[in-house]
Design a protein around this ligand. Sequence first.
Ligand SMILES: NC(=O)c1ccc[n+]([C@@H]2O[C@H](COP(=O)([O-])OP(=O)(O)OC[C@H]3O[C@@H](n4cnc5c(N)ncnc54)[C@H](OP(=O)(O)O)[C@@H]3O)[C@@H](O)[C@H]2O)c1
Length: 313
Amino acid sequence: MKSIIITGANSGIGFECAMHMAKIAPNEQILLACRNVRQGNLAIQKIKKETNHQHLICLKLDLASLESVKNFKSNFLKLQNSAITALINNAGIAPNIKDTAYTKDSFEITFGTNHLGGFYLTLLLLPYIEKDGSITFTASDTHDPNAKTGVEPPNYTSTKELAFPKVKNEKAGMKLGQRRYSTSKLCNVMTAYILHNKLIDENIRVNAFDPGLTPGTGFTKNFPAPLHFVVSRIMPLFIRFKKNMNSPKTSGTRLANLTFANEFQNLDGIYFSDGEVIKSSTDSYNKSYQLDLWKSSIELTGIKQEETIIPLT
Ligand SMILES: NC(=O)c1ccc[n+]([C@@H]2O[C@H](COP(=O)([O-])OP(=O)(O)OC[C@H]3O[C@@H](n4cnc5c(N)ncnc54)[C@H](OP(=O)(O)O)[C@@H]3O)[C@@H](O)[C@H]2O)c1
């Protein structure tokens, strides 16, 4: 049985994506890649109960550790069938507004988790993704200054500077934390475009997805309690009145459809926002940023040519 892999599928948009996927992909194995396997298995119970899908499994994946990403691949290869029809890079962390933090490999945590972990996972899994398969990156409209989301816009300096910010041990604070987040989401959009270009001959679709503001997920769980309360309890009441504000169910359903549903199979190399294809930010098309992101991400993750199928140089 071929697999659809969804990262961060125990919670929020990823959970709703897995739920909808179980409805539209009855013949695929749906693999929830989660850092907390107990939470992943609880999600599986709920999805089984509602959909009766019998082929759901959870494997451990911590994107803030390159070793864990590598172990995920090894454990995946121990399964009976290693063919993948779709990979959804959805997991991510919110802006870190506390002390600057780092992944196990000493990368700044927002960039390391939201970009480098998913980048490495995707390149390691590429040899197993079927022709006609698809890869989707959950990005965010915060990557685009013109979207005027109220979140600090990105500032792409260089991949190495994002991974190893010059000032160590400073408090991230609201502005810097938000900027690191929106920049990591810009990297998600650029990665989708880079891979789209490199995978055209392989016939693998690669897209970037913006769920829009999606209150009611676990996204703000580490924010100060009053802020988390407003986002998770009050904002959902306004969903139908604001453009590009969606429920977790709407965002998860769109993510699953973009990746797997028949009517979206013609979409490739695009940015999908609020249910339609639109242009992403000017910076996301910047070829010198894309080249820097590609080259430095390869260097930082240490991926080797024999581990993937596209030329790394
Ligand atoms: N909610 C929004 O308004 C919004 C808007 C635009 C874009 N997004 C994007 O949507 C995606 C999903 O977010 P959400 O709103 O659904 O939030 P969520 O409910 O917190 O889901 C995030 C998922 O990512 C997982 N995750 C975090 N760090 C991880 C790591 N190191 N390794 C593996 N998994 C990790 C979380 O696991 P745990 O449960 O263990 O923490 C959780 O399963 C994110 O990429 C986010 O940037 C969200």
